[in-house]
Design a protein around this ligand. Structure first.
Ligand SMILES: Nc1ncnc2c1ncn2[C@@H]1O[C@H](COP(=O)(O)OP(=O)(O)OC[C@H]2O[C@@H]([n+]3cccc(C(=O)O)c3)[C@H](O)[C@@H]2O)[C@@H](O)[C@H]1O
Ligand SMILES: Nc1ncnc2c1ncn2[C@@H]1O[C@H](COP(=O)(O)OP(=O)(O)OP(=O)(O)O)[C@@H](O)[C@H]1O
Ligand SMILES: [Mg+2]
Length: 265
């Protein structure tokens, strides 16, 4: 899995943008794939990764190579912050936008599981499991496009989510290239600002938005610690004792998500 910390304290936004765009160009050249694929949610991570993807394919085309970026809208039913996703697309200016509504497929899978005999302890557990199905179904459709177009799937993993294991294993954690690796949330926002992304997206409160019973639930509520505190931990700044304990406990509990599958000796 492409999940790593590798965070650094000081980054120069302009330099980081060039380096990460060039990384995407090199990954396309070396893999012989001509397309990049990424879901655009309206959050800051996919806004920054999406713009980087578009800049990378434009760079390759300037150099005479074939390259194309497919941005994907992947709402589950009606997404409450759909306007932000539209804002992100308007800023990214992707070569192509594909929209797939994830509701019918995700619901059908859950219903088939229940018909097959899987029972949940309560509505909350059912909703949480459905949330991870949504994230994995998004992975399935992005890989379908990559398979059809000769493409690489972009992941938006960054150091704050990697540290907390805050992603669905083999869902949004699965990808071919992860251009935001190592960035703290603050640094992702810095890159967004440098790119000229709309301030409302750069400053937007992060949400995984996977739970139908708690739409737009803030990551910080789910995590029990703020991104400022997670970033402070990653950047070797002072962190309160309760935040430190939460971060270390969560990091240890989610170690399996940052590793390859367990295998016999
Ligand atoms: N020790 C261990 N060694 C090896 N494997 C282990 C394991 N413990 C669990 N597992 C496996 O891992 C599974 C649990 O992991 P997983 O399926 O990911 O599920 P889980 O970590 O329970 O849930 C994913 C969390 O990430 C959040 N999330 C998801 C997607 C996107 C975002 C976002 O920020 O956008 C956030 C989501 O809100 C939720 O809190 C278990 O069901 C089991 O299969
Ligand atoms: N509704 C959606 N439509 C398209 N892609 C999505 C959607 N929800 C999630 N994704 C994909 O899953 C990734 C992980 O979601 P995550 O919430 O961590 O990132 P984000 O929404 O871009 O930023 P933030 O973490 O600040 O909310 C997104 O970057 C995006 O590629
Ligand atoms: Mg989000």
């Amino acid at each position: 899995m492409g999940v790593q910390l590798r965070s650094r304290t000081n980054v120069d936004a302009r330099h980081e943008l060039e380096r990460r765009r060039d990384f995407l160009c090199a990954a396309m050249r070396e893999s012989g794939q001509h397309t990049l694929v990424l879901g655009i949610s309206g959050g800051v991570d996919s806004t920054v990764a999406g713009r980087l993807a578009q800049l990378a394919v434009e760079q390759l085309r300037e150099e005479g190579e074939q390259a194309w970026f497919v941005a994907m809208r992947l709402p589950y039913g009606v997404q409450q912050d759909a306007e932000d996703a539209e804002r992100a697309l308007a800023f990214i200016q992707p070569d192509e936008v594909l929209e797939v509504n994830m509701q019918a497929g995700s619901d059908a899978l859950l219903e088939a599981l229940e018909s097959g005999g899987l029972a949940f302890t309560d509505a909350h557990q059912r909703d949480f499991v459905l949330g991870n199905i949504k994230a994995r179904q998004r992975m399935v459709v992005q890989y379908a496009v990559a398979g059809a177009r000769g493409g690489l799937v972009i992941g938006t993993d960054q150091a704050a989510e990697a540290l907390m294991g805050f992603f669905t294993k083999y869902g949004d954690g699965a990808c071919d290239v992860a251009p935001l690796t190592g960035l703290t949330k603050r640094q992702v926002r810095l890159l967004g600002q440098q790119l000229g992304a709309p301030a409302e997206l750069v400053d937007k409160a992060p949400t995984a938005d996977l739970e139908s019973l708690a739409p737009q639930k803030l990551d910080e509520v789910a995590l029990g610690v703020s991104y400022d505190e997670i970033d402070a931990f990653l950047e070797n700044r002072d962190v309160s004792r309760p935040a430190f304990d939460t971060i270390v406990t969560t990091y240890r509990r989610t170690e399996h998500k940052r590793q390859l599958p367990l295998t016999p000796d």
